[in-house]
Design a protein. Structure first.
Length: 264
């Protein structure tokens, strides 16, 4: 059986999918990592470059100060991203040799030639787990694709031969909205990407909105507070609109509503 792992790796969330031994394996978790001490009893920790880390939900629970707002340009191809992947591989016992790793990137990141090259040649990942076992995963082939490919393949499968000449795909993520434009090519019998019609929109993305909201909360404060992306987004999701910073409770519903009116 062909072993393929597909990763949709964003600066806010990681989604990993594979079928192994007939079983579907799916991981969806926050793209958070946190360094922990060597003596930590956490069984999910992994050791990379002589430091121990946890990721996802465990990392969020470990943090006293949540991560700062994610910057896409500093995330893709970074050690933080690789540690997130290795933690997911360890979590689902995905080790050994695999055929293919498919990495999905926001379109503006996919357009960076050097980033694609660096990701494509990195076909082996090594770490040590909490039991001090040396672990690795390697891939014969690494494919880099823009976000929206999954939706495109599903569309083709459902439509069969009844395919339009051109399509525009919109992938709405937490940090970017990716617009991917494709046109049907009769020679290759496949959709090809129209570079000028593809872009990643950040101005109205969640991360930019939260960054602006964080600035608004801090605007008149004599001492600025450090507010992380996941901390404030969870408060909004729960419709609580308050932050607990030490012994201080900060309410921000008015700032949220005013900013929402300006943006939308």
């Amino acid at each position: 059986m062909s072993h393929i792992i597909s990763i949709d790796s964003g600066s806010s969330y990681l989604k990993l999918y594979t079928i192994l031994d007939g079983k579907e394996i799916l991981i969806s978790e926050a793209s958070l990592i946190e360094e922990v001490p060597e003596y930590s009893q956490l069984t999910s920790k992994i050791k990379v470059d002589n430091k121990w880390y946890v990721a996802g939900r465990i990392a969020e629970l470990q943090k006293t100060n949540y991560q700062e707002n994610p910057e896409l340009g500093e995330f893709h191809g970074s050690n933080k991203q690789f540690i997130q992947w290795m933690h997911a591989f360890e979590n689902k016992n995905l080790i050994g040799k695999f055929d293919t790793l498919i990495i999905s990137l926001p379109y503006d990141e996919f357009a960076k030639t050097e980033l694609r090259k660096s990701l494509k040649i990195k076909n082996k990942y090594e770490w040590i787990n909490a039991k001090n076992e040396e672990r690795f995963i390697s891939f014969d082939n690494v494919e880099i694709v823009p976000q929206g490919v999954g939706a495109l393949e599903l569309y083709k499968k459902e439509r069969g031969n009844d395919l339009p000449e051109s399509l525009t795909l919109v992938d709405i993520g937490s940090c970017t909205t990716d617009v991917v434009s494709v046109i049907w090519d009769d020679v290759d019998e496949a959709y090809i990407y129209k570079e000028k019609g593809c872009t990643s929109i950040k101005d109205l993305s969640t991360s930019v909105f939260i960054r602006k909201l964080s600035d608004k909360i801090n605007e008149k404060r004599p001492v600025k507070i450090k507010i992380g992306y996941h901390e404030i987004s969870k408060a909004i999701h729960k419709q609580k609109f308050e932050l607990q910073i030490g012994s201080e409770k900060i309410e921000f519903k008015e700032h949220f509503e005013n900013l929402k009116k300006r943006v939308y």
